[in-house]
Write a protein that binds this ligand. Structure first.
Ligand code: NA7
Length: 534
């Protein structure tokens, strides 16, 4: 069996940076990645229109000042190919590929109580013994394919946005159906509409969507942003995002007219910024409803057919409790003659047939069927591996009633295992790259501490984990985030335990807690010197 200091799973932002950091402290890490190259979620989600909803200038690494200055983002919101080539450039620049094994999936990781090491196994037959096992698996990398009757019987072409083929696909003149209207559906639908003969959108739950107002970044703007990078990064580290202005004013403190003006400014600014337009949008139902009403009004203005507009209008859950989409021409797309919206709440999806999709009493004929149906978010990628900790404890059993972690980074019963952007960390609530950098740097320092002091294992204490889980739940309960059937809540997966999986306390508070734990000699962890030589 091969030996290494660490095994890292995933070659996205998190895995690349983790490898870079461990290598810098002289450790040998082996990375495994299912894709043929680096990129993580940006490798797989190559569907037309795939684009980040965070400004490109900050959706990037901050650890390498030269890289930051030399890379030229083309647009306000980077496209999937651009992000992929950025990550490829980072991998080249730091020669990171050589320690990754691609097209290889980790199937199992087992903690050996005697050797105090992890044995990691892959679908290609690798077996590696490592001191540390690090899940850099991403929050949205385990696709959730729906279980719809007859899915296998469709005679036309079927595509999944989460593993889109590399080559170009031709939709010209075809009857294309899309199931799913989350961020992915909202991005792909306007482009398909321009190309397809007919586009049928199957919508189960309408989402709130804000215009991206994407545009090329001019040379002058690029210079200005790059000159300002240190301040932007500093702001991002505090707020969890740097290109968003977080208001400190309550929506209910200002007059209704002023409130509308502010919402309008945010609408014109573009991006997912409406939640930050006041400080209580995600806390006070009235404040939230005022923002929701504003967006509903926009839908009614944009969409010409009032019946279609009504069907597209989200109701029954707070804006922001399902992730707000960021679109280019989403609502106007429904004014096109070749686009039809099927509201699955009125005419439920019955089955997929050989010829198309049966919704209500109607069979809708299609040539192509596209699934944009989301992910088993946050916990799915870790649970896809058979992970067994101390005394054979299975992670699947441990998380059976919902994920439990300490700081979102470590798990009691699983020594020397770390999760990057795990459940209970801020992860997807802000710019995930900022969260990734914080997690990686914190884990890196912890490992350096262990190496320097010759510790064999570190393990979260059950009571510290219990307190963290309680804290995460308590903070979430004080917000409106828990009031929708979202993937944040695990509600998009039948049978998945319902709990808000990210830490809503904010990046600054989270960072402070992680720092306090480290400063206190890794309070809440048990560090042990005991080891048995192999
Ligand atoms: P999402 O946001 O989970 O969206 C998935 C969509 O697919 C959503 O509209 C679902 O409706 C719909 N869906 C899922 N299963 C079905 C079935 N069986 N029938 C009909 N409709 C279905 O995933 P995305 O990929 O769009 O976005 C995920 C994140 O990636 C995004 O937030 C960004 O952070 C990047 P539902 O709402 O569950 O009723």
């Amino acid at each position: 069996m091969q030996k290494a200091d660490a095994v890292i799973v995933g070659a996205g932002f998190a895995g690349l940076y983790m490898l870079y950091k461990l290598r810098q402290q002289g450790l040998e890490a082996i990375g495994f990645e299912a894709g043929t190259d680096v990129g993580g979620t940006w490798y797989w989600n190559r569907y037309p229109g795939a684009r980040c909803d965070v400004d490109s200038i900050e959706y990037s690494f901050s650890f390498d000042a030269e890289l930051e200055q030399e890379w030229r983002w083309k647009e306000r919101y980077a496209t999937q190919p651009e992000i992929l080539s950025y990550l490829s450039h980072v991998a080249d620049r730091h020669d990171l590929r050589k320690d990754f094994r691609f097209e290889t999936r980790v199937t199992a990781a087992t903690f050996d109580d005697v050797a105090q090491r992890w044995t990691v196994e892959t679908d290609r037959g690798d077996r590696v013994s490592a001191r540390y096992f690090i899940g850099a698996v991403g929050c949205l990398s385990q696709p959730k394919d729906p279980d719809i009757e007859g899915m296998g019987s469709f005679r036309g072409a079927v595509h999944f946005t989460s593993r889109w083929p590399s080559g170009p696909l031709d939709f010209a003149g075809k009857r294309v159906g899309v199931i799913g209207t989350g961020s992915t559906g909202t991005q792909i639908i306007p482009l398909l509409a321009k190309e397809a003969g007919e586009l049928v959108v199957f919508q189960r739950t309408p989402n709130f969507s804000m215009p991206a107002r994407n545009a090329p970044i001019s040379d002058a703007r690029d210079r200005e942003l790059k000159d300002n990078y240190p301040a932007l990064r500093e702001l991002g580290r505090r707020q969890g995002a740097s290109m968003v202005e977080f208001s400190q004013v309550s929506a209910l403190e200002v007059s209704p007219e002023r409130r509308l003006e502010i919402f309008e400014e945010r609408w014109q600014l573009g991006g997912p910024v409406i939640q930050a337009s006041f400080n209580d949008i995600m806390i006070d139902p009235k404040a939230n409803e005022s923002a929701a009403q504003f967006v509903r009004g926009k839908i009614a203005e944009i969409v010409r057919d009032p019946v279609v507009a009504r069907r597209l209008t989200p109701t029954g859950y707070p804006i922001g409790a399902k992730r707000v989409c960021v679109d280019t021409d989403y609502y106007t797309t429904f004014n096109r003659d070749n686009v039809r919206l099927v509201d699955l709440r009125e005419t439920p999806l019955v089955r997929v047939t050989a010829a198309g999709v049966e919704a209500g009493a109607e069979e809708i004929p299609l040539d192509v069927l596209i699934f944009a149906t989301g992910f088993d978010a946050i916990t799915g990628p870790m649970l896809a591996m058979d992970i067994r900790g101390r005394d054979g404890l299975s992670l699947r059993d441990k998380w059976d009633h919902g994920p439990r972690t300490y700081l979102g980074l470590a798990i009691a019963g699983f020594p020397n295992l770390f999760v990057i952007t795990g459940p209970g960390s801020p992860s997807v609530l802000g710019n995930v790259v900022i969260a990734i950098e914080q997690h990686v740097e914190w884990i890196d320092r912890l490992i350096a501490h262990m190496q320097a002091k010759d510790f064999a294992t570190i393990e979260a204490r059950p009571e510290a984990e219990a307190q963290w889980v309680e804290h995460v739940n308590l903070v979430a309960q004080g917000t409106l985030y828990t009031k929708a059937n979202s993937w944040y809540m695990g509600a998009n997966i039948p049978g998945k335990p319902r709990m808000f999986m990210a830490y809503v306390g904010g990046m600054e508070a989270y960072r402070a807690q992680c720092e306090a734990v480290a400063a206190d000699g890794y309070a809440g962890f048990t560090l042990s010197h005991e080891t048995v030589s192999l």
